[in-house]
Design a protein around this ligand. Structure first.
Ligand code: PNS
Length: 166
């Protein structure tokens, strides 16, 4: 069965990683599909987000990492995909994910499976990570070392203590 875990992963968090590991136990393999979310301003390009995830999962042959700049339903129509996997952290996610699942089903007749996030990741989001990081806080609880490395390489502080993009 070909299962895709689509997301913007800007950047990938420990919450995402936990969902991927738990899904691997159930499905045996997974494709992480990196897309753009029109409602978000991304700090990393699709290829940078792919490089980060590749670095984290490089040892794991069960994990395939792909990218697509367009509609998820179009990717599904063009590729051999059986099911979408998404995660739900709270009621806000629930309502949004319900809409996404229905729209994707309308567009290409695909089903979406859901995993609930573990309690300890319930509040972890890429948006929160960026907010903490760009205000000088410690994000090591929320992201893997590789993510911090990519962030520090791209966004260094200048002598005034402000971030500048490399
Ligand atoms: O990690 P995110 O930001 O919650 O992921 C959302 C994502 C990227 C899966 C969604 O925005 C998406 O599918 N984007 C591609 C464009 C698309 O198909 N939009 C309609 C979704 S119903």
């Amino acid at each position: 069965m070909n299962i895709i875990f689509p997301g913007s992963f800007d950047p990938i968090t420990k919450g995402h990683e936990d969902i991927i590991k738990r899904a691997l136990k159930i499905f045996g393999n997974i494709e992480i599909l990196i897309l753009n979310n029109f409602n978000k301003n991304h700090i990393f390009s699709i290829n940078e987000r792919k490089d980060i995830i590749l670095k984290i999962f490089k040892e794991d042959k069960r994990v395939k990492i792909t990218t697509f700049d367009g509609l998820l339903a179009d990717y599904i129509k063009e590729n051999d995909v059986d099911v979408i996997l998404r995660s739900v952290r709270n009621v806000i996610d629930f309502e949004n994910e319900k809409i996404n699942a229905i729209v994707n089903n309308d567009l290409c007749d695909i089903e979406t499976f859901f995993l609930f996030s573990k309690k300890k990741y319930e509040y972890v989001s890429s948006g929160m990570v960026k907010d903490v990081y760009f205000n000088g806080g410690n994000i090591s609880l929320y992201v893997s070392f590789e993510v911090l490395e990519f962030l520090n390489n791209k966004f260094r502080r200048n002598s005034n203590g402000n971030f500048r993009i490399n």
